[in-house]
Design a protein around this ligand. Structure first.
Ligand code: SF4
Length: 477
């Protein structure tokens, strides 16, 4: 169940209603529609800054506030926003603020191991469909239970990276020492529980840092803690309902679902806070299992908790083989389902193409199509035109008339390709074969029909491009 859907008519009466045209939609009703879809923000209506609209602005802010609070961890370029969710299910609108992944260092680790893990975390980068997938922060855990040891470890990590931190200890004295060192970075304090919540609330209030609330598997206790801590004036809270495996796994996932359902539905505002998954705790229960088995379990558990609404995930280390499925899953889950994943239309140049002999190919701007074609031709000398098909693949775009003769003419004209090659031959994808005649009429170039699968492009060029009196200007570099 999701909170009653906000409609444009809930917002329109609170806007200036002057249709001044200063926003992108140009009209107040258009602006209200896009506010509902979260395509625009209130800051994009300049007249709302006028004090005479102050009351309306406050009402708009309250109406648009997400039922799951958005919390900021860290400061500056690498600060992380978690939560801010509006819907239970992605298809209802979209999810906001990707699940943040924090790795962990323990204050009992050797200095070189800490440095190495911090370096691996901050340099983690995986290129994926036009994005670089990264990790988000570091958790510093006190396992020594020694104030000085923890403070020195926080100091070291803080000096090595600008990434946001989680300070992890149940002892308020130890957390206080960590805050003395890194409090200005707005770390997440982890965590308030039944034994320490008053001191932790005081630390959060004093430092202005967000606070995690933890109770293993007991949603009732979490609710009571949040109520008591909120009454002390702490605003930025996250919930860790514990992390079970084996027999308690189902309970963990049920609790996360229950908390998110209550938060999103608006039935229980105390549950409207971002959720933490902490599969790193599996390493503390390792028994006699080998490291690789624990790592495998941690990866599975983190993936399950991501699907069950975790907004922040604490894992042990950024081992590529086990972390990669998680970062890819998060990227796929958090992209906007209303927008096909696309790349910028335009001209791409591969190698050092020859103006007389090098082929000109064309494809769609659907990201998966583009990157597949790219991997098949990146070692050739050629030009590739990327048509604006609104993010649709070639066959869908042809069927939906998003890849048509006019679109091809548009990209030929806007790309300036006519000034880069002296020949006038365009190779279209095999999946667009039926447009050959229309495209020829529209652009007055010869059109050759390429292979249906871009993997066949090099073989096709060898066989057909040379065969029409062109030299092999497409050749491998
Ligand atoms: S900028 Fe504001 S007042 Fe002007 S048209 Fe847009 S919503 Fe209306």
């Amino acid at each position: 169940m999701t909170k009653k859907k906000l409609g444009p008519m809930n917002l329109y009466p609170l806007l200036p209603r002057t249709n001044c045209g200063e926003c992108v939609p140009k009209t107040c009703m258009g602006f209200a529609v896009q506010l509902c879809e979260r395509g625009l923000t209130l800051a994009q209506c300049p007249p709302l800054a006028d004090p005479k609209f102050q009351i309306g602005l406050e009402k708009l802010e309250a109406l648009l506030a997400p039922p799951v609070q958005e919390v900021v961890i860290g400061r500056g370029e690498r600060e992380v926003r978690v939560g801010g969710q509006l819907v239970m299910h992605r298809h209802e609108l979209r999810y906001f603020n990707k699940t943040a992944i924090f790795t962990t260092v323990d204050d009992t680790m050797a200095g070189e191991d800490i440095a190495s893990r911090v370096k691996e975390t901050s340099s983690f980068a995986y290129p994926y469909i036009g994005h670089t997938l990264r990790l988000d922060g570091i958790t510093v855990r006190s396992l020594s239970n020694d104030v000085d040891t923890f403070q020195k470890t926080v100091e070291m990590v803080n000096g090595l990276t600008g990434m946001p931190l989680v300070l992890w200890s149940a002892d308020p004295v130890i957390i206080s020492a960590g805050l003395e060192t890194a409090g200005e970075k707005r770390p997440l304090i982890y965590a308030a529980d039944e034994s320490n919540w008053e001191q932790m609330a005081e630390l959060a209030n004093h430092s202005g840092c967000p606070l995690a609330v933890h109770a293993d598997g007991n949603v009732g206790t979490i609710r009571s803690l949040i109520s008591a801590i909120s009454d002390r004036g702490v605003k930025n809270l996250l919930i860790d309902p514990g992390c079970g495996f084996g027999e308690t796994l189902r309970g963990t996932l049920d609790n996360m679902t229950m908390i998110r359902t209550s938060g999103i539905s608006g039935d229980d505002s105390l549950m409207g806070h971002p959720l933490i998954g902490s599969p790193v705790t599996l390493w503390d229960l390792r028994n006699s299992l080998p490291d690789e088995s624990i790592r495998w379990m941690e990866s599975c558990l983190a993936s399950m908790m991501t699907i069950r609404y975790a907004d922040l995930m604490i894992i042990r280390d950024p081992s590529m083989w086990s972390t990669l499925p998680l970062v890819v899953l998060i990227n796929n889950l958090y992209n906007d389902p209303r927008k096909p994943v696309s790349v910028e239309p335009g001209l791409r140049v591969f190698g050092t193409p020859d103006p007389v002999n090098s082929p000109v190919l064309i494809t769609s701007n659907f990201a998966l199509t583009y990157f597949t074609v790219l991997s098949d031709i990146e070692k050739l000398n050629c030009y590739l035109l990327v048509a604006d098909t609104e993010g649709l693949s070639v066959d869908s775009a042809v069927a939906g008339r998003k890849f048509n003769a006019q679109k091809v003419a548009d990209i030929i004209n806007s790309s300036g390709i006519s000034n880069k090659v002296t020949h006038r031959t365009l190779i279209i994808p095999g999946l667009a074969a039926r447009l050959k005649g229309d495209i020829e009429d529209a652009i007055k170039w010869d059109v050759m029909v390429g292979p249906r699968d871009s993997a066949g492009i090099p073989g096709y060029l060898k066989e057909k491009w040379e065969g029409v009196d062109h030299k092999p200007g497409w050749s491998y570099r």
